[in-house]
Ligand binder design. Sequence first.
Ligand SMILES: [Zn+2]
Ligand SMILES: [Zn+2]
Length: 295
Amino acid sequence: MGGGAGMGGFGDAFSDIFGDIFGGGRAGGGRSNVYRGADLRYNLEISLEDAARGSETRIRIPTMEECEPCKGTGAKKGTEPKTCPTCGGHGQVRMQQGFFSIQQTCPKCHGTGRFIADPCTSCQGAGRVKQHKTLSVKIPSGIDEGDRIRLSGEGEHGVNGGPPGDLYVQIHLKPHAVFQRDHDDLHCEMPVSFASAALGGEIEIPTLEGVARLKIPAETQTGKVFRLRGKGIKGVRSIGHGDLLCHVVVETPVHLTERQKELLREFEAINDEDAGKHNPRAKSWMDKVKDFFAG
Ligand SMILES: [Zn+2]
Ligand SMILES: [Zn+2]
């Protein structure tokens, strides 16, 4: 599981820009410095099975909570923040520069208008402390890579009574041992023995709901794709299930015994008597090669 990361931070940017431009309208600190909290993002890695069926999981995210001992004021228990002596509580100070009178954020209180003589020992005067909170996240069935689940109001706290931001849980799918997902469809590789591919047969294939049986016809070639309708995933916004596509790979046998080699040599000898019939692709390829050298 990944961690949370800040996305927003617009609150502070606006504070700097508008604070300096419109600072004059803030006398008394009335509507000043009220901002919505920043949105947060949390990267959540889930299995393909959990994404297909839906699930519920718990995530632990870092959060800044109101400091308990000082009730968020930042002042030591029993004391209260005082009006800033430098700006008189306005959060802004006027500076004379040549002909111009410039408003600036008060350097002593950083625009809060308050001055804490005796800071709270739990939060060092910040009024907030870093904590962790555990949230329950409901993952809807069919969710896909990159989808986001919004947890309203679970982002960063607002500033000075502003509303909190939202938390976006971003979904990432873990690689699966058997299946690759493509929207609602699933793909898998299906190795078939040389003999089964030639003679045809029934093969067991895995699906998300368990084992299914698939009849493969005689003379099945590598690259052939069998589509099992409805054995894929039903996407969050889909009406029905996608399909499972099985890609055949004919496997050349390995670690052959002497007896197997003997049989294959015998097989090859009979095969060669009419190679064009039994291996048409190899035959036509050889013909092309011959034509190429003949020029
Ligand atoms: Zn405190
Ligand atoms: Zn001040």
